[in-house]
Design a binder for this molecule. Structure first.
Ligand SMILES: Nc1ncnc2c1ncn2[C@@H]1O[C@H](COP(=O)(O)OP(=O)(O)O)[C@@H](O)[C@H]1O
Ligand SMILES: [Mg+2]
Length: 299
């Protein structure tokens, strides 16, 4: 475990008498992208604040490349994109980034290239007061990219971004990971992290209820794959009877099967001959998994 960039061990947090995080274990390796998912109030931002040393750890411990949260060494290794980024409104994007770079890194990077990378080239000499929320997020991201951090913490990074900017954001996250940064992304927006992360941890009321790859979570949840069989005209009833599925319309039949039975089921349907025109498979989506794990496995 020593090669993990971020190690969270059995961490507890209390707010008054309420325990808002319970014995959380989580590790992120260099170059790994981990999504931290959970409803509002699940404890995602609190965990991030603990990693940043902004709030006390009431049990367990956290290591950032071997350093304790809040220590100078840990802070130098960590980059953070908060939920809403506040910069100095009278500075331009270029000035803000230059200021930040002069405070935090030894060799001044190419600020123009960085602003271009996050899509702010044209606005770089405008005051931040004129920026939209999405543009401020992008500037925050430029700041994250600047330091080549060991650990990057992004709290709801896509809130306020349009879908295209989200794609840009994930491209930048991929770059961060490719340079070896361990990336932790807290989000309650599920569908977008689906293809974008290596592992998914789910918090439910301060307890970690899942932590694995999407594939393994799918398998563990035992949620079925949906099969939609497109049949030749007038044959839907017959195929519904033969497969035990449900007729959706005159031309298609739907059925669900467990991951372990999928191939067997596919062979059986294919053997029905030309009456089967096509088969579409839809594996369980992250949304289904999230519902499954965040409700305690009752779905
Ligand atoms: N500064 C604070 N003082 C007291 N309670 C807080 C504070 N910040 C968060 N909480 C509580 O801690 C719990 C977790 O909140 P938070 O970490 O913000 O969740 P998330 O980011 O997953 O939405 C919630 O019940 C919230 O009300
Ligand atoms: Mg939050």
């Amino acid at each position: 475990m020593t090669d993990n960039a971020l190690i969270i061990r059995s961490v507890d947090k209390f707010r008054g008498k309420t325990q808002v995080l319970k014995a959380i274990d989580l590790a992120v390796a260099p170059g790994e992208r981990v999504a931290l998912l959970g409803h509002n109030g699940a404890g995602k931002s609190t965990l991030i604040k603990m990693i940043l040393g902004q709030t006390s750890i009431d049990g367990g411990d956290i290591s950032i490349g071997g350093a304790k949260p809040g220590r100078t060494v840990a802070r130098a290794k960590t980059a953070f994109l908060p939920e809403s980024v506040n910069f100095h409104p009278t500075l331009t994007g270029h000035e803000q980034l230059t200021l930040f770079a002069s405070l935090s890194v030894r060799d001044l990077p190419d600020i123009d290239a960085l602003l271009d990378r996050v899509g702010l080239a044209e606005a770089s000499n405008n005051r931040i007061a004129t920026y939209s929320k999405g543009m401020r997020q992008r500037l925050g991201l430029a700041q994250v990219l600047l330091g080549q951090p060991t650990v990057a913490l992004l709290d709801e990074p896509t809130s306020g971004l349009d879908p295209i900017s989200r794609q840009d954001l994930y491209a930048i996250i991929d770059e961060l990971a490719a340079q070896g940064t361990a990336v932790l992304i807290a989000s309650h927006a599920l569908t977008e992290v689906e293809a974008q992360t290596d592992r998914i941890a789910i918090l439910r009321k301060g307890i970690k209820v899942a932590d694995d790859t999407l594939d393994n979570l799918s398998r563990g949840a035992g949620l079925p794959t949906r099969m939609r069989i497109l049949v030749q005209d007038g044959q839907a009833d017959q195929i519904a009877m033969a497969t035990g599925g449900t007729r959706i319309n005159g031309a298609s039949v739907e059925l669900y099967c467990d991951a372990g039975q999928k191939m067997q089921e596919l062979r059986r349907i294919a053997a029905m001959g030309d009456v089967v025109a096509d088969i579409e498979l839809t594996p369980p989506r992250l949304e289904d998994l999230y519902r499954h794990y965040s409700t305690g496995g009752q779905t």
